[in-house]
Design a protein around this ligand. Structure first.
Ligand code: HT7
Ligand code: ZN
Length: 876
């Protein structure tokens, strides 16, 4: 396909100062009238054509300065409209009337129908599916929107900004007018019209502005929006206190819909959400659901400053708003919950999603240089690695420097469509730091690796640390240059406290951070009185891999004694990973599986250590997943061997700890009635983890079945159901729990998604048949992205043995499903097939099957640009 390149960016010849939109809503034929106040940019020739973007629009009329254009004054094509006959004057008005069909819109981009309502999604390029426009983020305009529809079917008429007028019309119709005073790019436009209930509250900003808060959900579900409202209010307060960011309209609305391509959208003053990230109560939402709601509500709200007030110049700069906003929502959750637990969860997520992306054929820099379909760049690299880069800025310039830089960024760029260079410049100007080398993080794809070796010279009290950085990138991004990697560290003495040193040479060391800048450093710490064990990457200070030269004994020591909670967990995971890898080898070679008593002993200690918070203990007891092990092995992956090895190791550990596990299970009791706070969630997590391990040790399914039956909240019910489904896929108890669950929640789509997902993840030789049958069930829908992801996504990502079955049928099935879905929703289809990006890492027979399946899909004649782009890169 044709690629769009960052280096080709140039400002638009025309700007749009004002937009007046008028919507005559109709399910099949909505009429959109757009009046644009346009200005020719300085220095642009009068014969420069005005090229407007458009997609699947029916053009009704065009007029300039109120006079209709003749047919040969413009040219129409598949992706837009080019107007060649323009006035000589630099300012003019353009009025365009288009017709669109919201009912036929299954891509869920532009204006579409969901549960009988009208809804829009415009990021990245959906606005062009509503009217012809300069649909690019550097065109900022003041929007006024008039919406007209049937009073009965669409009593609610919402858009961005403040409602300035509304009234009744003839024929049972009514209208509302919304004005948003803040100039914005078209991707932040939103409209919602329909019939929903509302939960209202209010917030007074620190300068005294009274803001109405309104969350719209299906009638009767209003109480289930209470946690979202609570999260919103906490987010607004946090953003004022921590970033000095205040809300800037009189009303902030959130609308929850059940057909949505992603999590949520930060449209100015009118966020639209996938309802699974709004609705929660103890009966239907797990602790993880509550945490997700809090994080996503915060994320979208935080976009009001990082994304909306300061937006992106072009889509290559996506990480400017996304990386920063993810970093902000992570910090918020860390402040609201437990910081170490949050950090460990983030790193697990980064390793599970971003590292494989960076190591595979879809690797790209945090700021890509090219794309053919922008929807395919809403990736974990742009979001999560982008967030890590912001975190590294803070590590490098310090808390104070970070605050000054962000203050400067808001002051200097408010109202701008900015770039990453602008952002970096704020850090340099506010702190005096030289960040030229650091900026490579935005441009070089791939995960850097640090090889670290140490030596202690007892006689001279000198501790030497050798650090070598390397970067293998699967995509060519020019010369690979050494990066600036901030490594937070400690020299852990025999008692567990950090040892001091009198001097250091070989690298910049500021406080507890080593600044790795060269390919190779030999760092000498002088005056180190005892032999230390080095703790590196504390808090995961950089998104890199490391090969630490550390013995099992040293790892065990750090797992027990490191003062940094993240590093402790990391040491424990490394120790566990060594075991799991060895066990996998043992399985493949037909040898008896070896287990290390040391790992079991540490896990046992952690289980019984009441000084550690329960959530942290639960994380420690959840050993690396099968996918984690596969990634660590890296090539020639045999998912069956991994499954067997992990199952064996977990059973062995559980048997050793059985008495303590049972004690933990019976003595831990979260507060009643249910509270969704982090500490209660931690207790449930530890208790249910213990339950899972007990079953691994003794196979007591009755205990789990009772846990399931007696649960008074979805976390306990779902954890019990998962234990049954994943550990005992063929058991009678599992079948009846699944049946009971299905019946109980048949009328709740969000919970039914969980029912699909858990079954898609059940291991065993009939996994594919089960998923196939579910895809034909009456409650399956190809048109609902949540349902599609619950079934196919969970199967491809969460069922390593079932999906990767040796005959390749899982791959063919996913490719067929992707082809079928592509005809309905290309964006979701493209995302689904990324599950196969790491096919080359499989053992060769599976890799061969996967390759064939991908090629067969690629040979399909009618493929969307979205899916084609992913396939081309995956197969390249
Ligand atoms: N900025 C949004 C990203 C987005 C999106 C959301 C819903 C549907 C389609 C979308 N395309 C891009 C979400 C966010 O990062 O906050
Ligand atoms: Zn975002």
């Amino acid at each position: 396909g044709t690629a769009i390149l960052l280096k080709d960016y140039r400002p638009s010849d025309y700007v749009i100062d004002k937009v007046d939109l008028d919507f005559l809503l109709d399910t099949q034929e909505t009429v959109v009238t757009s009046k644009l106040t346009i200005r020719r940019a300085k220095g642009v020739a009068t014969d420069a054509p005005l090229e407007l973007d458009g997609d699947e629009l029916k053009l009704v009329s065009i007029a300039i300065n109120n006079s209709a254009l003749a047919r040969d004054d413009y040219t129409l094509n598949d992706d837009g409209l080019s107007i060649t006959q323009l006035p000589d004057s630099d300012a003019f008005t353009l009025e365009i009337v288009t017709k669109i069909n919201p009912t036929a819109n299954k891509k869920l981009m532009g204006l579409y129908r969901t549960s009988g309502n009208f809804c829009t999604q415009c990021e990245a390029e959906g606005f062009r599916r509503i009217t012809y426009y300069l649909d690019r983020p550097d065109i900022l305009s003041v929007f006024t929107v008039r919406i007209e529809g049937d009073r009965d079917t669409v009593p609610l008429l919402l858009s961005n900004g403040n409602c300035t007028d509304k009234g009744e019309l003839d024929n049972g119709r009514h209208f509302a007018v919304w004005h948003d005073p803040h100039p914005k790019p078209a991707y932040l436009f939103a409209l919602f019209a329909g019939d929903l209930g509302v939960l209202k509250d209010s917030f007074t900003t620190r300068s005294g502005r009274e803001v109405s808060l309104e969350i719209y959900v299906e009638h009767g579900k209003e109480p289930r929006a209470a946690y979202a409202m609570d999260s919103l209010i906490r987010s607004m307060k946090w953003d004022e206190e921590v970033y000095g960011c205040e809300y800037d309209l009189d009303i902030f609305m959130i609308v929850a819909v059940s057909d949505f391509n992603m999590g949520a959208m930060e449209n100015k003053g009118l966020n639209i959400f996938n309802d699974k990230y709004v609705l929660a109560d103890p009966e239907t939402a797990t602790d993880q659901d509550y945490a997700n709601i809090e994080a996503i509500i915060a994320h979208e709200y935080f976009h009001n400053w990082t994304g909306n007030r300061i937006t992106c110049r072009d889509w290559f700069q996506l990480c400017l708003k996304e990386g920063l906003t993810v970093y902000r929502d992570h910090s918020f959750s860390a402040d609201e919950r437990s910081a170490p637990v949050k950090r460990i969860a983030e790193v697990r997520g980064l390793r599970a999603h971003q590292f494989p992306e960076d190591a595979g054929p879809l690797a790209h820099p945090v700021r890509p240089q090219r794309y053919s379909e922008i929807n395919n760049f809403y990736t974990s690299t742009v979001y999560e690695k982008g967030s890590e880069v912001v975190g590294m800025f803070k590590t490098i310039v310090g808390e104070d420097g970070y605050k000054r830089a962000l203050d400067l960024y808001f002051e200097r760029h408010d109202g701008d469509a900015a770039t990453i260079e602008d952002f970096i410049k704020c850090f340099e100007d506010a702190t005096g730091a030289d960040l030229k080398q650091f900026a490579l993080w935005y441009d070089q794809a791939g995960t850097p690796n640090l090889a670290i070796g140490t030596n202690y010279d007892e006689a001279n009290k000198r501790f030497t640390v050798n650090i070598t950085q390397s970067l293998r990138s699967t995509v060519v991004t020019g010369e690979v240059a050494p990066m600036h990697i901030p490594v937070r560290f400690g020299l852990v003495g025999p008692e567990g406290s950090d040892l001091s040193f009198s001097g250091v040479t070989g690298a910049d060391v500021t406080g507890d951070v080593i600044h790795v800048r060269e390919p190779k450093h030999t760092i000498q710490f002088e005056g180190v009185e005892q032999k230390p064990v080095i703790s590196v990457l504390r808090g995961f200070s950089a998104p890199v891999t490391t090969i630490p030269e550390r013995s099992d004994k040293e790892l065990a020591f750090l797992a027990r004694r490191d003062s940094d909670a993240f590093a402790r967990w990391e040491a424990l995971s490394s120790l566990a990973m060594r075991q799991l890898r060895q066990a996998t080898k043992d399985v493949q070679q037909g040898e008896e599986i070896s287990t290390s008593p040391e790992l079991t002993t540490i896990l046992h200690e952690i289980l019984n250590d009441d000084t550690l918070e329960p959530a942290y203990r639960a994380l420690c007891l959840n050993l690396p997943s099968e996918a984690d092990i596969a990634r660590e092995i890296g090539s020639d992956i045999d998912p069956d061997a991994i499954h067997t090895a992990r199952t064996h190791i977990l059973a062995a550990i559980s048997q050793e700890c059985l008495v303590s596990l049972e004690a933990t299970y019976s003595k831990l009791q979260p507060a009643k009635p249910f509270v969704p706070d982090a500490s209660s969630a931690g207790i449930r997590a530890l208790r249910n983890t213990a339950l899972g391990l007990i079953v691994r040790a003794n196979g007591d399914l009755e205990l789990v079945a009772n846990h399931f039956a007696n649960a008074d909240n979805m976390t306990d019910r779902m954890d019990a159901l998962s234990i049954l489904a994943l550990q005992a896929p063929y058991a009678e108890e599992t079948a009846s729990a699944l049946e009971a669950f299905k019946k109980q929640y048949a009328d709740n789509a969000i919970v039914t998604d969980k029912w699909f997902a858990i079954q898609a993840m059940m291991p065993g030789s009939n996994a594919l048949e089960r998923v196939e049958a579910l895809s034909k069930a009456e409650n399956f829908s190809w048109e609902n992205p949540n349902r599609v992801r619950s079934l196919f996504g969970s199967f491809a990502i969460g069922n390593p043995t079932g999906f990767n079955r040796a005959d390749g049928a899982g791959y063919r099935f996913l490719c067929d499903a992707t082809g079928r879905l592509d005809e309905i929703n290309p964006q979701v289809a493209a995302r689904l097939i990324t599950a196969m990006r790491s096919w080359r890492n499989l053992e060769k027979d599976r890799a061969g099957h996967a390759h064939e399946a991908l090629k067969t899909l690629a040979a399909k004649k009618k493929l969307s640009r979205d899916v084609r782009d992913i396939l081309e890169r995956t197969l390249a």
